[in-house]
Design a protein around this ligand. Structure first.
Ligand code: AGP
Length: 610
């Protein structure tokens, strides 16, 4: 979703801003722009990619050592040059970029129109710019103070950055509901909606919290609350490094992230499993582990792929601990007045740690006084900071919009969590535990073996690249994997795909089966294997074409067009293996269809608006 970048120092700001915007491309956007202060205010913006903006800037980049930039993901008004950010206040005195949504923008706009303000765009952002100007005009306050007062009049969410023609030594930034990070350099400062545009310049960062405003000058910065209380902020060290946000020779980030899963899973396991002693160490949960282990019920809230990981978590936690688990879409949980009791524990799962609905679920649960835990990838993200405790995935930044390595690591963390709880609740024997852990640590190597089959899967993709529909079917632990496989395909190739529990096929989807309908079955040799094979027979009898993911010998060859074999493992770990061929299949089909794999249309990496 929208991205913000800012720079103040002594270097040419335009270079840093355009480069920063490129780093933010992965978030999803449809226009880009920058504002520089260089004697006057220079605003350049363009519909389309950052490359189109760079072209507009031309060979001779504008000079100026202070500026802000933005990638916009349209909410209010079409994606075009006029609606692109930055927006300039009516007098042209300052420019503003904005992430989030000002919910009461229409009433503010009417009020301002009555006072004679006119608007060039359809955006809520231009309304905010003129509101700030109006406050400044009517009060005569300095700009930072006018910004602060204007922000008390708006409802909704914002991450904003402002530069002013009158003060070439100041960026003002503020946040509520949309993340902002201040990068602290040597005599220079950087601003980012995440760490991507900052990390190549400095690893020292200050995370702004909701309701905070910062005034940044070359000589230093000052953070205040919107209520005007001065704050001393801690400077953190970024865990990201530049190498991890570059493609390193891969054609796409998504492929890189699929291929690095064995290493990512090893990183996620590192220091957490002690085989000989049957110990699982989840440091972030030490203080709450007893409460978690003694929970009466666990509610998991998440969105998209993270929700699918949550569904696997339900199977895991219920199997190993017998504690009832409910998995909720965070967007539903937040509004349906969920009933939570004292000994319930809410676990939220979010790769980005910034998803608006998931964050709202955290706040709803906290308001009801229950323990809220987070499973996040992005260190220092809002959800990671606002939850009572949690576990990081430690798989490095995920840039491809389609989540891959984060899903695998989320499932791995949930598996460790389930086993840890089982040990504390004494619902697992020592022998069973050591067998489970032995299988767990073998997973990265088994994923490596699957990835070696990438050329074979590419061949299968070739056969199906023109399909219009796909069905994905699996049971038990692999039902959520079927959902995830279907989501991967639809989000990057735009092929319609649905996932179902295999047995549900007879209750409706079977009507769709004909020789144009490829059906992907996950048929692992577990308690339901024979039943899944019967479902395959039913599809074949109706001339459907079947691709099977299995750990079973040759028996499926007779029935299936293609069989992708994965190594055997303990049933509870099978999602970590079966998801990998599905990621690759979706990837190759999308590439063959000429789709923009890393930035699929209309999608955003972190969905920071409702
Ligand atoms: C995954 O491929 C999707 N792009 C999307 O469903 C994503 O998982 C969802 O938006 C949740 O994001 P989060 O994990 O960052 O909260």
């Amino acid at each position: 979703m929208c991205g913000i970048v800012g720079y103040i120092g002594d270097k040419r700001a335009a270079d840093i801003l355009v480069n920063g915007l490129k780093r933010l491309e992965y978030r999803g956007y449809d226009s880009a722009g920058i504002a520089l202060v260089n004697g006057e205010l220079d605003v350049l913006k363009k519909e389309g990619k950052v490359s189109a903006l760079a072209e507009l800037l031309g060979e001779k980049m504008p000079s100026g050592s202070i500026g802000i930039g933005h990638t916009r993901w349209a909410t209010h008004g079409a994606p075009n040059d006029v609606n692109a950010h930055p927006h300039v206040s009516q007098s042209g005195a300052f420019a503003l970029v904005h992430n989030g949504i000002i919910e009461n923008y229409d009433t503010i706009r009417e009020r301002l129109e009555e006072k004679g303000y006119t608007f060039a765009s359809e955006t809520d952002t231009e309304v905010l710019a003129n509101l700030i100007e109006d406050v400044q005009r009517s009060t005569g306050l300095p700009l930072p103070e006018a910004v602060r007062q204007a922000l008390t009049q708006v409802s909704g969410t914002y991450g904003i950055a402002i530069v002013s023609e009158e003060d070439p030594d100041m960026i003002i930034a503020a946040r509520k509901g949309s993340p902002l990070i201040l990068g602290v350099g040597d005599g220079e400062y950087f601003l980012g909606s995440d760490a991507a545009p900052i990390v190549e310049h400095t690893r020292k960062v200050v995370y702004l919290n909701d309701g905070e405003l910062v005034v940044i000058r070359r000589a230093g910065y000052e953070v205040r609350t919107i209520q005007n209380v001065k704050l001393e902020k801690e400077v953190h060290e970024l865990e990201w490094d530049l190498e991890r946000i570059e493609k390193q020779g891969y054609e796409h980030f998504m492929l890189k992230e699929i291929m690095e899963q064995p290493d990512a899973l090893e990183d996620c396991l590192r220091g957490r499993v002690r085989l000989g002693q049957n110990i699982i160490n989840l440091g972030g949960l030490i203080d709450v582990m007893d409460r978690l282990a003694n929970a009466d019920r666990i509610v998991i809230a998440a969105c998209g792929t993270s929700w699918h990981a949550g569904l696997v978590g339900e199977y895991l936690i219920e199997q190993f601990t017998r504690v009832p688990v409910e998995v909720e879409y965070a967007s539903e949980f937040r509004y349906r007045k969920p009933i939570l009791r004292e000994n319930d524990v809410v676990i939220v799962i979010s790769q980005s740690g910034e998803t608006a609905d998931t964050l709202a679920a955290v706040r709803e649960a906290q308001q009801q006084g229950v323990l809220v835990l987070g499973i996040c990838n992005t260190v220092g993200s809002t959800i990671a900071r606002e939850t009572d405790a949690g576990v990081y995935l430690h798989v490095g930044p995920e840039i491809g919009v389609a989540s891959t390595k984060a899903f695998s690591a989320q499932v791995l963390v949930l598996a460790m969590l389930a086993l840890k709880m089982a040990k504390l609740r004494e619902t697992i024997s020592d022998d069973e535990m050591s067998e489970c852990l032995r299988s767990l640590v073998q997973i990265p190597q088994k994923v490596r073996q699957i990835l070696e089959q990438a050329p074979v899967i590419e061949g299968i993709a070739q056969a199906y690249r023109y399909a219009s529909n796909f069905l994905y079917l699996g049971r038990g632990y692999n039902f959520p994997v079927a959902l995830e496989g279907a989501l991967k395909l639809k989000e990057i190739s735009y092929i319609h795909a649905e996932g179902y529990p295999a047995a549900e096929m007879k209750h409706g989807p079977i009507a769709l089966i004909d020789h144009f309908m490829p059906v992907v079955f996950i048929a692992m040799n577990d308690s339901t294997y024979n039943k899944v094979v019967s479902n395959i027979e039913e599809v074949v009898a109706r001339k459907g074409t079947v691709i099977a993911i299995t750990d079973n010998g040759e028996s499926l060859n007779r029935l299936c067009e293609f069989v992708i074999r994965v190594p055997e493992t303990h049933e509870y770990l099978t999602p970590l293996l079966t998801v990998v061929p599905l990621q690759l299949l979706a990837y190759y089909i999308a590439v063959m269809r000429g789709c923009d794999v890393d930035q699929p249309r209309n999608l955003a990496k972190s969905v920071t608006v409702e």
